[in-house]
Design a protein around this ligand. Structure first.
Ligand code: NIG
Ligand code: FE
Length: 420
C-alpha cells in the first residue's frame, strides 16, 4: 500500500545521517523541509522531498503520484515522527488520588512509601485484579497516549512484587504488544519495591533465583530495571539483579537518583545500561561517569512537576556534550499522565531545553533509550512510518509553547492512519 502525504507545511525531524542518538550541540538541530511531501510504502517511509520539486518533476500541481492508494492533504500541518515514550508503568490497577491529597497535606513521596502506601498500595490492588481487567485499563491508557501522538512505548512490570503477579503484568504487556499498532517494548521491574511479607535479602533472592529465570524462559521482557535508590535497592543489590538478567539477554534500564544520589548511574553505566532514568538528584560528578558510555540519561520532568521535586540537570548534561531523552513515567503514584507533548513543554520550561532539543529528546533520543532508534524516532527512508500530522501551526516552537493545546490532528502507525 502506498500513501502520499502532500502539502506538508513542515516535515520535521528528517534524518539523512542515520544517527542513532544526538548528543551535545547536535541536539539543537532538527532538520526540517518546508512545503514537503512524504511517500509511505506499506509500513515504512519510502521517500520525501519538496512540493515544488515534486510538481516540477511530474508537471502536476498538487495531485498525487498516480499510483498511490491513499492521498492525504496535510493542509499546511506539520509532520513529525511520533513521540517515543521510553519509560512508563501503564499496567496498573485503579488510581492513587488519596496519596495525591496526602502530598498536598505535606507528606513526601518517600514518607508515603515508608507507611506502606505508594508502590505497595498499587501491588495490593494489582493482586486483586484479573489479567483481563488489567489489560482493559492499560489499553485505555495506551489509547489515550496514542491520541496525544505517542507511537512507541516502553512498559514496565513492578506492581506484582511476587512471581505470579509479575508474570501477570508482563503477559498483559505482551498482549498490548500484540494487539496495538504502536511499538511496545517490555521491561521487567521486579525490583521496584520489596514485596509484602519478604525481608529485603529474601526478596532480592526471589527476584534473582525465581522471577528472572521464569521471565527469561517465557521471553516476557526485553529489558530489566531496578529502582536503585534510597529506601529501595542498593547499588550492590542492583548489580546482582542486573547480572542475573544479563544471563537471559535482558539489558538494563535503571531508575536512579530520584530520591538521593544513589549510585544508580555508576552501576547502570558499569552494566552497559541503555538508559538511566529520573536523575532528579544526580550529582555533577555523574556527568563524567556517563561520558563515553552507551547510556542515555533520561529525564522525567512530569514526575518532578507532579511531586514538586527538583528537575534533572538536563541542561548541564547537554552543555557537557551528552545526549538527553525525556519520557512520561506514566504511573499511578508519581505522575499519572502519558502526555508527551506536555513533557516536551516541561522540558523547555523547567529543564531549559530549546524546542528543537526537547523534540529530539522525545523522538530520536527517546527511541534510542528503548533500543528502537534504528527503526523509529526520525523521518528517514526505510524507517517505520509512525507519524504525527498536526493542525497548521506557525513554527516548531509553537508545539511546546501552546502547552495545553491539542495539536495532533491525525496519526499514522505502521504506515496506516489510526482513527483517533
Ligand atoms: O518511576 N520511582 C519509582 N517508580 C515510579 C513510581 C511508582 C509509583 O509511585 O507507583 C516512578 O516514579
Ligand atoms: Fe518509573
Amino acid at each position: 500500500m502506498r500513501t502520499w502525504i502532500y502539502n506538508i507545511g513542515c516535515l520535521a525531524g528528517v534524518d539523512t545521517h542515520g544517527k542513532l542518538r544526538l548528543q551535545g550541540e547536535e541536539m539543537a538541530h532538527l532538520e526540517c523541509i518546508k512545503e514537503a511531501w512524504l511517500l509511505l510504502e506499506d509500513e515504512r517511509i519510502a521517500a520525501f522531498g519538496r512540493m515544488a520539486e515534486w510538481n516540477a518533476a511530474c508537471g502536476q500541481t498538487a495531485a498525487g503520484p498516480g499510483q498511490v492508494d491513499v492521498e492525504v492533504d496535510a493542509r499546511g500541518g506539520y509532520v513529525l515522527p511520533c513521540w517515543c515514550d521510553p519509560h512508563t508503568h501503564i499496567v496498573y490497577a485503579g488510581s492513587r488520588e488519596g496519596e495525591f491529597v496526602d502530598k498536598i497535606r505535606g507528606l513526601s513521596y518517600a514518607e508515603i512509601a515508608q507507611r506502606g502506601g505508594g508502590i505497595l498500595n498499587s501491588a495490593d490492588r494489582l493482586h486483586r485484579t484479573s489479567e483481563e481487567q488489567l489489560y482493559a485499563e492499560a489499553l485505555e491508557r495506551a489509547h489515550e497516549m496514542m491520541r496525544k501522538g505517542t507511537g512507541c512505548i516502553e512498559i514496565k512490570s513492578g506492581y506484582g512484587l511476587n512471581t505470579a503477579d509479575e508474570l501477570k503484568m508482563l503477559r498483559v504487556i505482551r498482549r498490548l504488544k500484540e494487539s496495538l499498532p504502536v511499538r511496545i517494548v517490555s521491561t521487567f521491574l521486579g525490583a521496584h519495591a520489596v514485596g509484602r511479607g519478604y525481608s529485603q535479602p529474601a526478596y532480592v533472592d526471589l527476584v534473582v533465583n525465581e522471577m528472572i529465570p521464569e521471565v527469561g524462559r517465557e521471553q516476557l521482557a526485553d529489558y530489566i530495571d531496578v529502582f536503585c535508590d534510597q529506601g529501595f535497592f542498593t547499588p550492590e543489590e542492583t548489580a546482582r539483579i542486573l547480572e542475573a538478567g544479563a544471563k537471559w539477554g535482558m539489558q538494563p534500564k535503571i531508575h536512579a537518583d530520584e530520591l538521593a544520589s544513589s549510585g544508580g548511574v555508576v552501576v547502570g553505566v558499569a552494566h552497559q545500561a541503555l538508559s538511566v532514568d529520573h536523575l532528579e538528584r544526580m550529582a555533577d560528578a555523574q556527568i563524567e561517569t556517563l561520558r563515553g558510555s552507551r547510556t542515555m540519561p533520561t529525564a522525567l520532568p512530569g514526575t518532578s512537576f507532579f511531586l514538586n521535586m527538583p528537575f534533572a540537570p538536563a541542561r548541564r548534561l547537554i552543555d557537557a556534550g551528552l545526549g538527553v531523552a525525556v519520557a512520561s513515567d506514566y504511573n499511578p503514584g508519581s505522575t499519572p499522565s502519558g502526555d508527551m507533548k506536555f513533557v516536551i513543554s516541561l522540558a523547555c520550561i523547567k529543564l531549559r531545553l530549546l524546542p528543537e532539543e526537547a523534540l529530539n529528546a522525545a523522538t530520536l533520543n527517546a527511541a534510542y533509550a528503548m533500543g528502537l532508534s534504528r527503526e523509529y524516532g526520525s523521518i528517514a527512508a526505510g524507517k517505520v512510518a509512525n507519524l504525527i500530522l498536526t493542525r497548521p501551526i506557525p513554527s516548531l516552537a509553537y508545539i511546546p509553547y501552546a502547552y495545553t493545546t491539542p495539536l495532533v490532528e491525525r496519526l499514522f502507525l505502521r504506515g496506516k492512519e489510526w482513527t483517533m
